[in-house]
Design a protein around this ligand. Structure first.
Ligand SMILES: *Cc1c(COP(=O)(O)O)cnc(C)c1O
Length: 399
């Protein structure tokens, strides 16, 4: 379907009926100040130049677009191209928006950047950006996750961030969000909460998308230069949806390009152990915005699960919800087993160990490529590298 020619989001932060600011008035005022500061600086040459310099010489952009020949051959059909976000500094796409958020915090004169982290990926990327920009950073993390994610915990400490262990509730991600948010509410004037995906109240879904948009802009140009055509299909995994919006945005007006988001089906859509928000969710509210959510009859978020801890979120960014409803983007799923198979196949055929999150998109690409002819191309956003998952996979598969 053709994209509507209206700017997204609207002035109140809505993408169609999704998004917005479902938050107390005091917090709305703070969010509006963040939005105003962002609008004020985003198109200024000073901010754009600083961001571009850091993208190039710090993150290492542009990331390559790699034709995975042996993987394509194995899938047996379309050519598979990988956008190598795994080669960014810190090993994933998250650094793209963390740098942007840290620069914005500095511009606004904030004294502290706050956030939660689950597996530690967002925490490490944010601690990195804050070290670079020179702003104190405080990360809240569940005690259970702290014990599980040792390398990321160590990295955050080395990078100089204040790591706050959270012991309440189940001592995992949701409790870390609650804890970080409480801390933020104590002084929202001098601190800023740096959200880790295209979720939360306006302006975060828009800002994080804008900072990630470089991924698709580069990929589109690279594809035209290397393949002399646009890709037939583009795909990315969807947790909150930031790496997917990063890739998709530049292609939304290209009517001939099919766009597919891949959610985790975990142990199967017929079990409770998945995080397939688009496939099985219904419109609701979570963390200050409207979106599809996995919820019970009372509107409480359901427990979710994925082998990839970066994907187990019971909601999804508001623009994705809108793109699903207008049928511009299709959403499908890959199971844990398909993900593990893609993880091993990409490692052994191309020498690239992907993040388990990214392996969901690779799994879909292999499935889809088999149904397409060899003159077609599928472009996959390889959102991150799999160092963090290597020990887990080796144990799980008894390697
Ligand atoms: C965090 C993470 C994701 C999931 O987040 P999105 O906002 O959906 O992109 C995907 N891939 C990697 C490597 C991650 O670290």
């Amino acid at each position: 379907m053709k994209m509507p020619q209206i700017p997204m989001p609207d002035a109140d932060g809505y993408f169609g009926q999704y998004g917005g600011q479902i938050i107390p008035p005091a917090l709305k005022q703070v969010m509006d100040e963040i939005a105003a500061a962002y609008y004020e600086i985003r198109d200024t040459p000073v901010f754009q130049n600083e961001l571009r310099e850091l993208q190039r010489h710090y993150i290492g952009r542009p990331s390559p677009l790699f034709h995975a020949r042996r993987l394509s051959e194995k899938a047996g059909g379309a050519r598979i191209l990988l956008k190598r976000e795994d080669l960014n500094h810190t090993g994933a796409h998250k650094i793209n928006h963390c740098i942007g958020e840290a620069l914005l915090a500095k511009h606004m004169g904030k004294k502290k950047v706050l956030a939660e982290t689950g597996a530690g990926q967002h925490g490490v990327a944010l601690a990195t950006a804050c070290a670079l920009v020179g702003i104190p950073c405080e990360i809240h993390m569940g005690q259970v996750d702290i014990e599980k994610e040792h390398p990321n915990v160590t990295k955050m400490k080395i990078l100089g961030c204040d790591l706050i262990p959270v012991t309440r509730g189940t001592a995992t991600l949701k409790d870390a969000v609650d804890s970080a948010f409480e801390e933020y509410l104590k002084d929202p004037v001098n601190s800023i909460y740096a959200i880790g995906s295209v979720v939360g109240p306006h302006p975060f879904p828009m800002m994080v998308r804008d900072f990630q948009q470089i991924v698709g802009e580069e990929a589109r140009e690279q594809c035209l230069a290397q393949e002399r055509a646009l890709p037939d299909v583009i795909t990315a995994c969807v947790g909150g949806g930031s790496n997917a919006m990063g890739l998709f945005t530049a292609f939304l007006d290209d009517e001939g390009v099919r766009i597919v988001g891949v959610e985790p089906a975990g142990k199967g859509l017929d079990t409770p152990d998945h995080a397939a928000t688009m496939a099985l969710g219904t419109p609701g509210e979570l963390h200050g915005f409207k979106c599809y959510t996995l919820q019970d009859a009372q509107g409480n978020p359901l427990p979710v699960y994925s082998i990839a801890s970066g994907l187990d979120y019971p909601a999804v960014g508001p623009q994705h919800c809108f793109l699903k409803d207008i049928e511009r983007v299709e959403y499908t799923t890959a199971t844990d087993d398909e993900c593990l198979d893609a993880f091993m196949t990409l490692s052994r055929l191309e020498g690239i160990i992907p993040a388990l999150e990214s392996a969901h998109a690779v799994a879909y690409a292999m499935r889809a490529a088999a149904e397409m002819s060899p003159d077609k191309t599928i472009l996959v956003n390889l959102s991150g590298r799999g160092d963090k998952d290597a020990d887990f996979v080796a144990e799980r598969l008894s390697l």
